[in-house]
Design a protein around this ligand. Structure first.
Ligand code: GLU
Length: 366
């Protein structure tokens, strides 16, 4: 039996396919989720909803047959659909005597400490007054063309759960669980009830990004699970069409797949992992071994650098680590391959010899 009695805050991500299956908004389903949300609140739990559907509801309102592909059209749909989506939530939650609050997010808000603290203060105040925040990406203005985006609400909900200290993340979708292989192609595929740790075989069971199965969103869900797990937050992936699904999950029923939390990383390590890298550093075998033994990265082991970044920026190392660099990209280009004893001669007196200090390097995968 699962036990979530220690959970005080829960983030629930609801996909468009649950809210508007086949392109038709399902008011009854939204109302049912609101009933469960109210029941959770009565037990003293604070739910935060991450609701998709802005683009989908906008496309429906504009009479478009398919989800638009052009960025400008998706922005327009989101601008039309977001208030419609919120109206559905407001009506449904209002029936339960709950005040609804809208929060639109962009990736930068999580990367910038001051914006993040503003967000946290707003959320804390809303929870204190008993409102239920409904969050979504600010799709009408945040596009990959003009900045960093989450792009999917699996990632967004995981960041919300991780940074706002939720004990449980629930991903409600139209897939009932994670299987050990794709059930559409393999009749022997087995449903996984509990995943203790996301391993390489779990990632490959979820399908490669861009595959048909992944557009159902499995790979982004697994990535979300990993972000949440590093914050000590468990995740349940379940079919959001099931009756009283939220309440039953919370009551410990064996619904969907439960992903256990990993050891909770410190706030700084989580921030390093969550930040968008400004550049990439490639390193040789020896340096990879050193980093695996939690040592610093020295100039000798660097083989190439891409991008332009400053001291203190987060960079990607060999697609395996995120690190805060102690040197800018130009400096690294000047000293890469050189012995540490040459750093002061090449970069000037008083300079530290590390490209990144051990405590500033965090592995993406455990
Ligand atoms: N933010 C998008 C929307 O509201 C949804 C992203 C997703 O499907 O995860 O339409």
């Amino acid at each position: 039996m699962r036990n979530f009695s220690d959970v005080g805050r829960i983030v629930v991500k609801i996909g468009t396919n649950i809210l508007a299956p086949g392109g038709i908004p399902d008011e009854k389903r939204i109302e049912k989720i609101a009933v469960d949300v109210a029941a959770l609140k009565k037990r003293g739990i604070s739910p935060l909803l991450v609701s998709s559907g802005a683009i989908g509801f906008g496309a429906i309102a504009l009479g478009l047959d398919n989800r638009p592909k052009k960025v400008e059209m998706r922005q327009a749909c989101a601008a039309v659909g977001q208030p419609i989506l919120m109206e559905h939530w407001r009506k449904a939650l209002n029936k339960q005597g709950i005040t609804t609050a809208q929060i639109l997010l962009s990736r930068e808000i999580f990367d910038d400490r001051r914006s993040f603290l503003n967000l946290r203060n707003a959320v804390e105040s809303l929870l204190e007054i008993g409102a239920v925040p409904v969050l979504n990406e600010n799709d009408s203005v945040s596009t990959s063309e003009i900045g960093d985006i989450f792009g999917d609400n699996d990632a967004l909900s995981a960041h919300v759960a991780s940074k706002l200290d939720a004990g449980l993340l629930v991903l409600l979708t139209d897939i009932d669980a994670l299987y050990n292989s794709d059930p559409r192609y393999n009749p022997d595929a087995r449903m996984l009830k509990v995943v203790e740790k996301v391993t390489e075989s779990i990632r490959s069971a979820a399908g490669r990004a861009g595959s048909e199965h992944a557009t159902g969103g499995m790979i982004t869900k697994i990535q979300a699970v990993e972000v949440a797990a590093r914050a000590g937050c468990r995740t349940v992936l379940a079919d959001g069409r099931q009756k009283n699904v939220l309440l039953r999950i919370f009551n410990g029923e064996d619904i969907g797949t439960l992903f256990l939390a990993g050891p909770k990383l410190g706030a700084r390590s989580r921030w390093i992992l969550g930040a968008r890298p400004k550049g990439e550093i490639n390193i040789d075998e020896g340096a990879i071994k050193a980093l695996n033994r939690r040592k610093s990265l020295l100039p000798k082991g660097v083989t190439s650098v891409s991008g332009v970044f400053e001291v203190g920026d987060v960079v990607l190392i060999e697609s395996r680590y995120h690190a805060v660099t102690s040197m800018g990209s130009e400096e690294i280009r000047r000293i890469m391959g050189h012995h540490s004893s040459e750093v002061q001669t090449l970069l000037g007196p008083g300079r530290k010899e590390e490209v990144a200090r051990a405590e500033d390097i965090v592995a993406l995968y455990q």
